[in-house]
Ligand binder design. Structure first.
Ligand SMILES: Nc1ncnc2c1ncn2[C@@H]1O[C@H](COP(=O)(O)OP(=O)(O)OP(=O)(O)O)[C@@H](O)[C@H]1O
Ligand SMILES: [Mg+2]
Length: 383
């Protein structure tokens, strides 16, 4: 999401929040031997299981999470998403590879340092809320601060602030059983926010919610991110959610990351047939930006006239502008005309004739996509 806080995300010289290299998690007997054995690593999941009894839940995964970005990990059930994210703070012990947070080696941390990491620096929001049933909303939110040893008055004050921030004002004294599913998830979110972590880790937090409440919560995340620019790692198996929230998406299959890119890169240039099938039904005009369809202005008049659109406007927005004006639109950035888009080029993008293979597309920066209505073509259901 390129908000004011995040347009600078990932600029050269920034230490990534998380840096993961060659990470493996293998479950099963003598799991350690698998990552270093070329014969075993060449096997597919079923063969590996029958030969060794092991499951490679995460296979040789490398990526950086940049400061201020929403990094989405997406994939079907069993593709390794939860295992991967739990490895980041060693809730699951990795089998091989490197993990650093702000440049510090997570695998070398002792117990005390790890607790500090989990309590202060990387807070997790789970699918099943994990609320304490006998405590009030306020005390549930203050719980993480209590564990940190923050005094009662201070933690209540901080908790009250965060409760208001997630829209639960007036419900401080209720117990979890007196809340709807969406409200409970807000409590879970507030509890993670209360400790003011550097990074929030979400493991499919909204998948138990019905579609409307789920959309509300997605917008809540977008809003919080816009206001605070907090780094987030967000797991989902829902493509629509991934496209809506992610600055970048890592698409997993059988423990591997098969593609890592912006939503526009993933939809516009799928890395293989698997990804292509995954994104086939995405309405391209809502994800692709006008950069993809842009051409140089043919004349001075063309560069001077016509409606203006931003380079990160969606193709769908540009189609509207072009239709209203009855002619090409100028792509304007800080008073400068970068090029023009016309209806033919925009429709080529919609049809998938023009993609991200051009230089302009490859250079497209992360951008904030405004919340769009759920397209009928993309299911809210697990894919
Ligand atoms: N403790 C474990 N022991 C053995 N295998 C495990 C263990 N935990 C996970 N696995 C296996 O590792 C693979 C990845 O599991 P993981 O829970 O990471 O998937 P996921 O992508 O989060 O799936 P979902 O969308 O269903 O939550 C699966 O094949 C799973 O069966
Ligand atoms: Mg999972």
């Amino acid at each position: 999401m390129s908000t004011a806080a995040t347009t600078t995300a990932g600029t050269a010289g920034d230490t990534p929040v998380f840096s993961v290299g060659g990470l493996w998690k293998v479950f099963g007997p003598k799991a350690d031997r698998v990552p270093g054995d070329p014969e075993l690593t060449a096997l597919g999941p079923a063969e590996l299981r029958s030969r060794t009894g092991c499951t490679a839940a995460v296979r040789d995964v490398s990526f950086d999470v940049r400061k201020g970005e929403v990094f989405v990990v997406m994939g079907l059930s069993g593709s390794g998403k939860s295992t991967l994210v739990r490895c980041l703070t060693r809730l699951i012990e990795p089998t091989a590879g490197t993990i650093a947070i702000d440049g510090e080696d997570v695998r070398a941390m002792d117990g005390a340092r790890l607790r500090e990491l989990r309590r202060h620096r990387a807070a997790m929001v789970f699918q099943h809320f994990g609320l304490l049933p006998h405590r009030t909303v306020l005390d549930n939110v203050a719980y993480g601060l209590q564990i940190q040893g923050v005094g009662k008055a201070e933690r209540r004050e901080r908790a009250a602030e965060v409760v208001a921030k997630v829209g639960l004002e007036g419900m401080e004294q209720r117990r979890p059983a007196q809340l709807s599913g969406g409200q409970r998830q807000r409590v879970g979110l507030a509890r993670a926010l209360a400790v003011d972590p550097e990074v929030l880790l979400f493991d499919e937090p909204f998948s138990a919610l019905d579609p409307l409440i789920r959309r509300d919560m997605q917008e809540e995340v977008v809003r919080l991110h816009r206001e605070e620019g907090r780094t987030m790692v967000f797991i989902t198996h829902d493509l629509q959610e991934a496209l809506k929230l992610g600055d970048r998406i890592a698409l997993m299959r059988d423990g591997r990351v098969v593609q890592l890119g912006t939503p526009e890169e993933i939809v516009g240039s799928p890395a293989d047939d698997y990804v292509r099938a995954f994104v086939r039904d995405v309405p391209r005009e809502q994800v692709m930006t006008v950069r993809t369809a842009m051409r140089p202005a043919a004349s001075a008049e063309e560069a001077d006239g016509g409606p203006a659109v931003r380079p990160d406007a969606t193709v769908s927005e540009a189609i509207e502008a072009v239709a209203r004006a009855g002619g090409p639109a100028r792509v304007m950035e800080q008073g400068r005309c970068l090029g023009v888009v016309d209806s033919a080029a925009l429709l080529d993008v919609v049809a998938g004739v023009a993609g991200m293979t051009g230089v302009a597309g490859a250079a497209a920066p992360a951008r904030r996509r405004e919340p769009t209505p759920t397209p009928a073509a993309v299911s809210e259901e697990p894919v």
